[in-house]
Every structure is written in C-alpha cells, then in structure tokens.
Ligand binder design. Structure first.
Ligand code: ADP
Ligand code: MG
Length: 495
C-alpha cells in the first residue's frame, strides 16, 4: 500500500470512528428521550375517569409501570388477558383500574376478583376502595373464618367482590351472591390458585357468570397449568409480559453456607446488623416458624409470626402491625409469600428453602418492591442444597456467597411437643459464649453458588483439588473452570 493509500485509509477509519461516536451520541439521546417519554406517561394519558386519576395521584401513583401501560388499555376494552410481570411491579392496579373504569355504580356485582389467601384478598380490597373512593362504589371482601351474615349484607350493595374461592362458592350455593351481571372475572396469583387445587372452584364460579364476561389472569410466574383455563374459557386471550425479573441493582441476593446447628445463631447475627431494618424470615414448615419466633424472642428480638394455622383475625392483625412498623421482624410461612405488599421490607431471609423453586421467587419478591432496594439472604445448611440447586437451575437468579465472619453461637431451645424438627426434644445447643469463625464452616465439600471474584476468598483455589465441589452461576470471569456450561439465564418463569 502506498503512503497515500494508507493516509486515505486512516482518514476513512477516523471518519468511521467519528461517525460511530456521533451515532452513539445520537443513540444515547434517543434512549434518553425514550426514557423521558416513558417517565412522562401518566395515568391521565390512559383516558381514565378523572375520579380514578385523582385518587391514584393521592396514593402517589402518577406514572404507570410497564405492565400497567401494556395492560390497562386492553383491559378497559374488555379483552381477555394473561398478565405476567415481576413481583412489586403493580399488577393489582393493572387489573384493578380497568375494573373501576368499566363498572357503573348500580348496586349489583359486576366484577369478581379471586385471590389465593385471605390477606391478599384483604389487601386488594383496600387498594380498590382507595382508588375507587370518588366513584361511590362498594367493595365486598369475602373469605372464610369469619361470620357469613355480615358479608351477605355487604354483597347486596357491592359492585366489586374480592375473595377466596371457598367462601365465594358458599355464597353462590346459598344464593347470597348473584353473578348474573358479572362483566369481569380476575384471578390474581393465577398459577398459585391452580396449584392449590382451586381449578374446580374457579370453574364453578365461571359457570355461574354470563358467557360474555371478561377473564383476566395475573401472576409473577405463570405455569402451563393455566393453559386449561385459557383454552376452555378465554376468548382470544392476549398474553402480556413485562419485566420478568427484579432489576439486579435493586435486589441483591446472597447466600451463606452454614451448619444446621449454627443456623439460628447466624440468623440472629444477620438480624442484629444495623442495615437489617425490616426483615421477613421465611420457613417452609409451621413448626419452624414457631420455634424460630420463640427463640428470637428469647434473645430479645421483637418479632411476630404468621402461618396458616393461626386464626384469620390474628393473621390480619399481625400483617397490620408489621405494615405499620410496630414490629420489624416477621417470621412467616408460605401464606405471606404470595402477593402481599408490605412497604419497606429491607431483607427477606430464607431460613430454609421451599421444595417448589417458584416459591423462592415469590418470597424474595416481598422486598425490592415498587422501585425500592432490597436484599434477599438464604441460609444454606447441607440439607438445603438440593432445593437451592433446583432454584438456580430453573431461574435466572444471581446469588453471591457471603462470609458470615465471627458470630456468637446462641442457645436454641426446641419447643415442647415439636416432633418435626431434627434437633428434637428439649435439648439445647447450649454453647453460649462459643464463637464461631470461618474455620468452623470449613471443609471444601461445600457447593458454592455464584461466588464472585474476591467475595469468597476462603473458597478460591481449593476447588481444583476438590472433585466434590460444584459451582453455580459463577460470574468470575477469571475462573472459567467454574463457569456453568449452560449458564443460568433462563428468561422464562416456566418449566
Ligand atoms: P405486584 O402485584 O405486581 O407484586 P402490587 O400491585 O402489590 O405489585 O404493587 C406494589 C406497590 O406499588 C403497591 O404499594 C402499589 O400501590 C404501588 N404501585 C402500583 N403501581 C404504581 C405506580 N404506577 N407508581 C407508583 N407506585 C405504584
Ligand atoms: Mg400482586
């Protein structure tokens, strides 16, 4: 190549670079504009009744979230729809606002929302009342465990009924709920409802309503099981998927490896950190919920518990107290994992793991809601690795290992007549004063999940000599030998 040619080529390359830079700048601007547009979109733009827009505004809800932008216009046109979007993305308003938009204020039931738990039914009702307060409408909340007669009375003047399936069926059988004028039917947490075996109840409800009713299903995860409902009952359903995952910069996920007998002490250690402001601790079994709350109280932690065997009133009052910030630690079983919105939960702690991987997504979804940050922590004793492995394999979760550092080993007392736990009887693991350190967690047989370069120094290097060590979701680009071959970026929440 002659000098002239080289010069010419350099010049062309330089221009290309400049052009690319200009393009990048232009793209940036376009993206910025798009973002601004997104931000600028308001509920007023969605042609809603002013009464609704005003009530939403008073509740701090001005700009619709992605799932709301996608679904509200379609639902207002009474289309059948399946909406899938991550926990905390505003699904209640996605189905709730179109209901308010489409009903009139004559006293007949026009809309029915089914939810899997009483707490969730209660929460949805409260939001509907708040957003519908200028519309002169009534919302009846219908669930079991409380008197039936007062409900009958409220139904008579209600336009919207929110409830759990069992009691709704009761009212249908008694003739105290009439669905002749029903125009929309919503299943919140639809996959959970199907999984809990409510499908026959759902069908009975649908069969009691006019054929023309709109059917709407919502959930953060939607499994194939709802296909039956879709094909049998829905008309040209639109599937609307928005953000499936909580953004990583909002939700940080960690795990600690621990011995079973040190789990409680590690939990107490995490709860005493000053950044742990408001925590929900999830346990798979009711007996574990009880024993953990008991021991936390023994160690002067102010906490409450919630599980399915508690009376309805007690459950609601616990949620209320936690919601109002009267207590900052809630030990919970699966009843609290679905759908409930509680403000400002900074930490979700998995004391153990659910068998069903999907449940993990719902548990951690109790934090990092509505644009807030949150931390999810999982305590892994040897028996938890199987379940954790299933979660990592199924979902695109990035979890980093954390080292607990030194912490005090606390006394842990079993409850009398608790037979379900492995440290049975009233034996204490009474080792107060003994301090554990990282060495106490030793052994290189522990599997490691997604450890990031530098965050798990104690484990690095030992792996090459350990054929028993498996590594999941490793993001350390410098140690390719630990990278999972398939990766864990499954973008769908279905199996
Ligand atoms: P999801 O059902 O998707 O888990 P929720 O419907 O419970 O989420 O909403 C989570 C929280 O976000 C609630 O407190 C709700 O009032 C609030 N929220 C809903 N939509 C908006 C919005 N567009 N702007 C601000 N906050 C919102
Ligand atoms: Mg919800």
């Amino acid at each position: 190549m002659s000098n002239e040619n080289i010069k010419e080529e350099n010049k062309i390359n330089e221009e290309k670079i400049i052009n690319n830079d200009v393009k990048k700048e232009v793209n940036k601007e376009v993206n910025k504009e798009a973002k601004k547009e997104e931000k600028k979109m308001t509920f007023e733009n969605l042609n809603l009744k002013l009464e609704i827009v005003e009530a939403l505004k008073e509740d701090g809800i001005v700009n619709p979230t992605t799932i709301q932008q996608q679904t509200i216009p379609l639902l207002c046109q009474r289309r059948d729809l399946v909406g899938i979007s991550r926990t905390g993305s505003g699904k209640t308003a996605s189905f709730g606002i179109p209901i308010l938009q489409n009903i009139d204020n004559q006293g007949r039931v026009q809309s029915l929302i089914l939810a899997p738990t009483r707490e969730l039914a209660d929460q949805i009702s409260k939001e509907m009342r708040k957003w519908g307060k200028y519309l002169k409408i009534k919302v009846a909340t219908i669930f079991g465990g409380v008197g039936i007669d007062p409900q009958t009375k409220i139904i008579q003047s209600a336009q919207i009924v929110v409830g759990t399936p069992g009691r709704i069926i009761d009212h249908l059988q008694r003739g105290t709920l009439d669905l002749k004028h029903l125009t929309s039917f919503v299943l919140d947490e639809a996959d959970k409802m199907v999984e809990m075996g409510f499908i026959e109840d759902i069908e009975r409800v649908l069969n009691a309503a006019p054929k023309s009713r709109q059917i709407v299903l919502f959930g953060a995860t939607i499994s194939d099981e709802i296909d039956y409902l879709k094909t049998k009952y829905m008309t040209n359903p639109i599937v609307s998927e928005a953000e499936l995952h909580v953004k990583k910069d909002l939700l940080e996920q960690y795990y600690y490896n621990t011995k079973s007998q040190e789990k409680f002490s590690l939990l107490a250690h995490i709860l005493s950190q000053k950044e742990t402001v408001r925590a929900m601790i999830f346990c798979s079994k009711r007996s574990t919920v009880e024993v953990i709350q008991h021991n936390l109280r023994n160690h002067k932690f102010k906490c409450e518990m919630i599980h399915g065997k508690m009376t309805q009133n007690k459950r609601l009052s616990v949620i209320e107290r936690f919601n109002k910030g009267k207590v900052d630690i809630l030990v919970a079983s699966a009843v609290a994992a679905r759908g409930l919105h509680i403000d400002d939960v900074t930490h979700v702690i998995n004391y153990d793991l659910p068998q069903d991987p999907q449940e993990y997504i719902h548990r951690v979804g109790r934090t990092a809601r509505a644009g807030q940050k949150g931390i999810a922590i999982t305590l892994l004793a040897p028996q938890d690795h199987g379940n954790f492995h299933s979660i990592i394999r199924k979902y695109d979760v990035e979890v980093d290992e954390k080292q607990p550092g030194d912490f005090e080993i606390l006394q842990f007392k079993m409850l009398q007549n608790d037979r379900s736990n492995s440290y049975r009887g009233s034996r204490d693991s009474n080792q107060s004063g003994y301090r554990s350190n990282n060495g106490g967690f030793g052994g290189n047989r522990r599997p490691s999940y997604g450890d990031k370069s530098g965050s798990s120094s104690g484990y690095k290097g030992s792996s090459s000599g350990s054929s028993n060590r498996s590594s999941y979701g490793n993001r350390d680009s410098g140690s390719s030998s630990h990278k999972p071959k398939r990766g864990y970026s499954m973008s769908k929440f279905s199996s």
